[in-house]
Write a protein that binds this ligand. Structure first.
Ligand SMILES: C[S@@+](CC[C@H](N)C(=O)[O-])C[C@H]1O[C@@H](n2cnc3c(N)ncnc32)[C@H](O)[C@@H]1O
Length: 306
């Protein structure tokens, strides 16, 4: 196993300013729920609650998506959820046995990833058996796909640069930056298990692992980066607010370039950050990604210029 530098690893911050409000049709059994991301709850989508009320016939429900275009993640109901360090060999073993190595179905077939697929036990298994927080790292999101494709096709954008991948998830965008010659990379995600996912995915692609930070840095002072990349992070108003302010400061303080991969989901399509986004590339999603994302057909890369 290759060695790697660990800058910091902290459990999910209960104060992370991320929230989701979900309203259903008046008269439905779930009239309103207002949900937040916290250490105890995780990220919850309203439809998932509806699905759980329906009895979780199969985890095939994962393939259904909320109207915002995201998967349903049933794991947050699990009382046995563990946190732990992403260096924990138990987490490694669990991820290895719970995911499938795949390079098909995305915009970047040159990157191999461990993802949750219909061949995996937990795609079909009972939700309450999943022991960790919601596995956003187990999906390669349309925003991350577009951004990674862009970095692979335009290596000049990253070559020789220091790059921060904010909200790395499976880590494909950080891996793409590495493949395109970035001189320094930091992968950051608030989910410690995503730290292990990106470590495993680096190994799969025969890359020297890069530093990983599992801590909410949106509450901290900005560091100097040549380029900050974010894939599929604009799914929630409060998170978009935090990102908007934090990224502006990166640019104004250090002249950082900020590239955002995003398919333009409706929950945040009216957010003021969109006034500062300029499209630099658009990609047609693969059939597999379309099916898993509620009819989304394209995803784009945006240059953030406040
Ligand atoms: C939809 S996933 C996108 C993952 C990956 N970038 C991709 O495109 O495949 C969003 C990711 O952002 C992470 N996240 C949410 N809030 C965050 C924050 N404040 N700081 C860092 N990561 C965060 C989540 O844990 C999750 O892994």
């Amino acid at each position: 196993m290759p060695s790697f530098a660990v800058w910091c690893c902290e459990a999910r911050d209960p104060e992370i300013p991320v929230g989701i409000k979900w309203e259903t049709d008046p008269g439905s059994f779930l009239t309103r729920c207002s949900l937040t991301l916290s250490a105890s709850e995780g990220l919850i989508f309203g439809k998932r609650l509806m699905a759980s009320s329906l009895g979780w016939k199969r985890w095939g429900l994962l393939q259904a998506v909320a109207s915002c275009g995201f998967f349903l993640f049933p794991w947050s109901h699990c009382s046995r959820r563990r946190m732990g360090s992403f260096l924990d060999p138990e987490i490694r073993a669990f991820l290895e046995e719970s995911t499938e190595v795949t390079s098909s179905g995305s915009l970047t077939p040159e990157i191999r990833l461990r993802l949750l697929t219909p061949k995996c036990k937990f795609w079909w298994e009972r939700a309450d058996l999943w022991p960790y927080s919601d596995p956003y790292w187990a999906v390669y999101w349309p925003g991350g796909q577009a951004l990674s494709r862009y970095l692979l096709d335009n290596p000049d954008v990253v070559r020789g640069k220091s790059v921060l991948d904010l909200g790395n998830g499976c880590g494909a965008t950080a891996i793409a930056a590495h493949m395109s010659g970035a001189s320094r990379i930091l992968a950051n995600d608030i989910d410690p298990v995503a730290g292990m996912a990106i470590t495993l995915n680096c190994e799969l692609n025969q890359l020297s692992p890069f530093p990983i930070l599992t801590k909410n840095i949106l509450n901290l002072e900005q560091d100097q980066w040549d380029l900050v990349v974010l894939g599929d992070m604009l799914y929630d108003e409060a998170l978009a607010d935090s990102l908007h302010g934090w990224l502006k400061k990166c640019i104004w303080t250090f002249g950082t370039q900020v590239l955002i991969g995003d398919p333009g989901r409706s929950p945040c399509s009216g957010h003021s950050i969109w006034h500062d986004l300029h499209k630099v590339a658009e990609y047609s999603l693969t059939e597999a990604t379309r099916q898993q994302n509620n009819g989304l057909t394209t995803s784009a890369v945006w240059d953030f210029q406040p």
